[in-house]
Design a binder for this molecule. Sequence first.
Ligand code: PMP
Length: 282
Amino acid sequence: KFAIFNGEIIERSEAKVDVEDRGYQFGDGVYEVIRVYNGKMFTLKEHLDRFVRSSDSIGITLPYTSEHLTEMLGELIIKNKLHVGIIYMQITRGIAPRNHAFPTGNVVPNLVAYTKELTRPLESLKTGVKTILTEDIRWLRCDIKSLNLLGNILAKQKASEAGCFEAIQHRGNEVTEGSSSNIYIVKNGVLITHESNHFILKGISKDVILQACSQNGIPHEERTFSLEELEQADEVFLSSTTTEVMPIVEMDGNQVSGGAIGPITKKLQELFNQEIEKQCGK
Ligand code: PMP
């Protein structure tokens, strides 16, 4: 398999970083995960825009234009013969003697991308997943898709040890997001999800879902909601690039909507599928 390594496509096994890469030492970088269906990239522009935004917000200037990145990623998919899967792409501030402050002089950012085959989670999309609740202990710039994921990792590990798929995080009484997903509730036919501010990552799947709501007359609100609202919701689901519109059927051992998948969740799964077909074909 091949990888993009600083502007070139090389054998993945040849792609090696120095021990003083700032991503390795500090998590000083940002990343994206892009879905590939049918050999085509889904919501590519949105991912590249977010990649630029994340980089900008920590003062890393991308050494390539979005057009150049698009070309390289397309070539990588072809070389790796990727049909259904993901592209992982990250950029770090580069290699420099260890020092917290940004390096001065000509340090070039390190960009890496590789592909992974990953089928759609078709079974879970039908049956739903179990979750736990956990306090959100992360920093206050969760809008940046940073390589620093310790808070997210600890939350996911807690879920994993409880035999669950995801941890729903909350700051005090307010629900924020999953460890690697956005969270939605439905109450009396209205979809509610946290507004996209510095407390959560502005999910690309979230954008697809909210746009589908707008276009199909599904009432929706972007606002914070409480743990009580979560517990009393008619439907709960999560979304992410890899998991799409994923129903939640259990939270901390308590069944959600009788363990079945609610009508709005189901409708949004259909609309999400339509968007995939529109962009990537059948
Ligand atoms: N929040 C967090 C913390 C995430 O890691 C992810 C996955 N990238 C998401 C939300 C969902 O974002 P997206 O729909 O762009 O994958």
